[in-house]
Every structure is written in C-alpha cells, then in structure tokens.
Write a protein that binds this ligand. Structure first.
Ligand SMILES: Nc1nc2c(ncn2[C@@H]2O[C@H](COP(=O)(O)OP(=O)(O)OP(=O)(O)O)[C@@H](O)[C@H]2O)c(=O)[nH]1
Length: 490
C-alpha cells in the first residue's frame, strides 16, 4: 500500500471514529422521562420548565396540568402555562444549538464532501442556484440554496459562511407547511373528522381553540408516515399484480406461438433454428381439414364414377331394349306390308285360284293376328319416358306407433310397398318401435312377428329399436346403428 493510500485509509478510519463518537453524543441528549433522543423539531423537541429542567414536548403534554400549570417531575415545582399550553413553553435553545453542532460534526466532512457520494446527488437533476449550467449536489440549510461543490466552496468561503450547514441534496429538510389561519405557526396536526377532509391541516391553536377544537386529530408526521405505509403496501400489491399479469401475458404469448407456430420458448428464440421451429396447432388443424376434404373429394369422385357407370349401364340397357323393339316393329311392319300386297294381287286372280290360296292365307292371317295382339298388349310407356331414374337414397327410417295395435296391418302394407321400391333396393332400414312408454304397447318381438320382418327385409341391412320420444330412450342407439352402417357402407 502506498503512503498516500495509507494516509487516506487512516483519515477515513479517524473520520469514521469521530462520526461514531459524535453520533453517540447526539443520542445521549435524551429526555429523562421517556428516554427518547431530543430532536430539533417535532414531538421530541426539548422545552424548558421555569425550574430549569428540560423535557421533550410529548412528555410535557402528557403531564398532569393543574390550574393552568404543569408540575416538574423532578422537583415538583410548577410552571404556569399560557392559553397555548405546552406549545408556549420556550424551547431549550442552548440544547438545540448543541444538538445542531453535534449533528454537523456527525455529518463530519460534508463541507469537504466525498465526491463519489455527492455525484449520486446529480441524479436528482436540480440546477445549482449560482450557475444554471451546474447540477446541484448540496443544500445549504441556512441560505436555503441548492449548490454544486464548486459554487458551495466559492460562495461559503468566508469565516462566517463556511459555518453554514450544508447537507447532501437528498437530505434537504422538508419544508413544513404553515397554518392557513395562523401563518406564524407550523401546521403540525391533521384533523381526522370526516367533515374536515377538505382542509384538514392545522396548528395547535386551531386544534385547541379554533375550528378543530375537540376534533379527533393526529400528528401530521405520524399520519403521513401511516399513509405512506398504506400507499407503499398498495404499490407492493400493484407490483405483485403486475408480475402476475406479466406472467399471464407471457403464457398467453406462448399459447399464441403454439397456435401460430414458430419458436415457443425465450431461450429458443435466441438460438432459433428454422428446422426446429414448431408447427402451430392452427396450421396442423388447417392441414387436417384440407386432408379430410381432399379424401372426401377423392371418395366423392370415386362415387361419381361408380354412379355414372350405373347410369351408363342403365342407359345401355334401356336403349338396347328400345332398339330391339324398334327392329321387331320394323320387321313386322314390312312383313304386314308384303302380305297385304300379296293378298291384293291374289284377289285379282280368278275364283278358282283365290280359293286354292285361301288355306295358306288363313294360316298367315292367324299368325298376323297373334303378332297384332302381342303388339297391343305390350306396354311401351316406360320406354317412351326419356328420363333416366336416378336415386341416392341410402337409408329409410320407418316409425311404428307401438301403442295402437289396430294400425299394425297398415304399417305392414306401407313397409311392404317401400321394400318393393326399386330405388330403395339397396337402402338400409331402421325401424323405430315408438311410444314404448305407453302402457300395453306392442313389444319389439311382437312387431317383428306380426310384420314378418325377417321375410320382408330379407337380403338388406335392417334393425329394429324400441324407443319413446319423451325420454329419448332408444333413439340414440338406433341412430348410432344407422350411422355405423352408412359409414361401413361408404
Ligand atoms: N307418449 C308418447 N307420445 C308420443 C311419442 N312420440 C310422439 N308422441 C306424441 O304423439 C302425438 C303424435 O301422434 P302420432 O300419431 O305419432 O302422429 P303422426 O305420426 O303424425 O300420426 P299418423 O300419421 O296418424 O300416424 C304427439 O302428441 C306426440 O307428442 C312417444 O314416444 N310417447
């Protein structure tokens, strides 16, 4: 360690030792009743009794006041009080001066301050009163001016001014508010009555004799401290809320990332590798929907081909049938025309030849008669309809009212008609035996037997379910069965 450094270290140690000593002295100046250290102002300010003893303000207020006088707790001598009570007792200025000196010593080297500490005061960004281009770091409690180190030394260079107490700017004593009605007094109290909240500050005169007499009140400093604590705890709860809300926001952001895709974690973002970035659930969902519909389109295209093939075969079958009939009719027509011509010629011959030809003409006439009858009996209507029947019916749901036995034959007739429909040949059949909740209704087995269902529905996919609408029993089972059949059939 260099000599300079050693000297500096020593001076720091000494200075620290001196400060500790003087701080001890300041604390030793305490009220002998409450044993709290005296302060320059407020509740612990020292006040003189007429007997010469000194007590703090708050202890004096708590003493017994008899006949506008207070008795000294040490020698029982009375001190007469004026209308202002304890507030009118003189402060112990000698003690206050001593207190102040010890505090100055306590702050030790503030008139030659540690620049590093003072530099922090610049963060308050208050201009020096002497030079606006400088930032103030000190406050002179006597002049009431904000100063930079340089201006402090320059303006306080004289023997008298150098004794002015200067404190770091952040320790500048707070200005105490004056009473609005008694401007010579400090507004030290605050009224706690609801009706006074518009203007609650008051001095001791307002409190004891004025507009706040007998009102609930408190010391401004104490109330402010309590209020600060409340605000502080509110700020703490705001901070907690902010942290919680930020956490939720972060999670929401991560969920958005998971939906939209990309890197999800903070860490990943820095070393992001595009190959590792995650597919978002939205994209996956879109792709799944697209795939599903692509499959559906493919399936529908296949179904379309199959349906067109059925239509083509139907058309071929119908056209073949029509052409066959066309050919038959044309052949028959030419045959009839030829026979008619022959017969006309034969009738022109003599009687003997006509009679000789008569047997063969009768045979021909009979055969022609048969052909004619066949033609008139043939129903050409279905061939004359140019439309091609197309049907897509895949399923039939047939509901039977199980509560009315008499209507069972009617149900049988209707179902038989449906089953005979050509277009419903392939259709799956679901029979709902409804109104099973009605007493004495037909049971499923009875219905199956009465309607001869095994015979009627032979060769097709069918099922019968007991159900009733009010409770919904059986309906789901029936529809599930049908859905399964249709899906399996696709
Ligand atoms: N108790 C009961 N009532 C039902 C049920 N299903 C329908 N209904 C009632 O029956 C009445 C309809 O009678 P239905 O005879 O089934 O009607 P519908 O089928 O149009 O009549 P029809 O064509 O003559 O067979 C309505 O009041 C329904 O609320 C059931 O499962 N149980």
């Amino acid at each position: 360690m260099s000599t300079n450094q050693e000297d500096h270290a020593k001076s720091q140690t000494l200075s620290h030792g001196r400060q500790q000593q003087s701080r001890g002295k300041v604390e030793a100046l305490e009220c002998r009743v409450c044993e709290d250290a005296f302060t320059n102002h407020g509740d612990k300010v020292p006040r003189l009794l007429q007997c010469g003893h000194t007590l703090c303000h708050s202890c004096l207020q708590q003493l017994n006041h008899q006949d506008f006088a207070v008795l000294c707790p040490f020698d029982r001598l009375p001190t007469v009080l004026g209308p202002g009570g304890v507030w009118e007792l003189k402060k112990n200025f000698a003690l206050l001066e001593l207190l102040e000196k010890l505090q100055i010593a306590d702050n030790g080297d503030l008139n030659s301050p540690d620049l590093q500490i003072l530099n922090k005061e610049k963060e308050l960004r208050i201009c020096c009163d002497e030079n606006e281009e400088h930032l103030a770091v000190l406050y002179c409690v006597v002049c009431g001016s904000h100063l930079c180190v340089e201006c402090s030394e320059r303006t306080h260079a004289t023997k008298t001014l150098c004794r002015h107490r200067r404190v770091p700017l952040s320790q500048k004593p707070k200005e105490r508010p004056r009473c609005e009605f008694h401007s010579q007094h400090v507004a030290e109290f605050i009224c706690l009555e609801d009706g006074c909240q518009g203007n609650p500050l008051m001095c001791f005169i307002c409190r004891d004799y004025g507009r706040h007499a007998k009102h609930r009140h408190g010391l401004l400093e104490t109330e402010v401290e309590a209020f600060r604590d409340t605000v502080m705890s509110t700020i703490l709860s705001f901070r907690k809320f902010t942290e919680d809300a930020s956490e939720i926001l972060r999670k929401l952001e991560s969920v958005v990332c998971q939906i939209e895709g990309g890197d999800t974690t903070e860490g990943n973002r820095e070393n992001s590798n595009p190959m590792q970035s995650m597919l978002g659930t939205a994209r996956t969902a879109r792709e799944r929907v697209q795939l599903h519909f692509a499959e559906l389109r493919e399936h529908i295209a296949l179904k379309e081909c199959a349906a067109l093939a059925v239509v083509e075969s139907h058309i071929r079958e119908r056209l073949g049938c029509i052409r066959q009939h066309q050919e038959n009719l044309t052949a028959m027509l030419s045959q009839v025309r030829e026979v008619s011509t022959q017969w006309e010629k034969a009738l022109m011959q003599d009687d003997a030849r006509v009679m000789l030809a008569a047997p063969s003409m009768k045979v021909l006439s009979n055969s022609m008669e048969k052909e004619h009858q066949l033609f008139t009996e043939t129903n050409f209507n279905h061939l004359l309809d140019p439309s091609i029947p197309i049907t897509f019916t895949k399923a039939v749901i047939f509901v039977i009212d199980s509560s009315v036995r008499e209507r069972l034959p009617e149900a049988h007739t209707e179902l038989a008609k449906l089953m005979a429909e050509r277009d419903l040949k392939e259709a799956t059949l679901l029979i709902l035996a409804n109104k099973q909740d009605v007493g004495n209704c037909l049971r499923v087995e009875e219905i199956m037997e009465s309607l001869c269902l095994y015979k009627l529905c032979c060769g097709r996919s069918w099922h019968i379910v007991a159900c009733d609408v009010p409770s919904g029993n059986g309906l789901q089972e029936g529809l599930d069965w049908l859905a399964k059949q249709l899906l399996e059939g696709t």
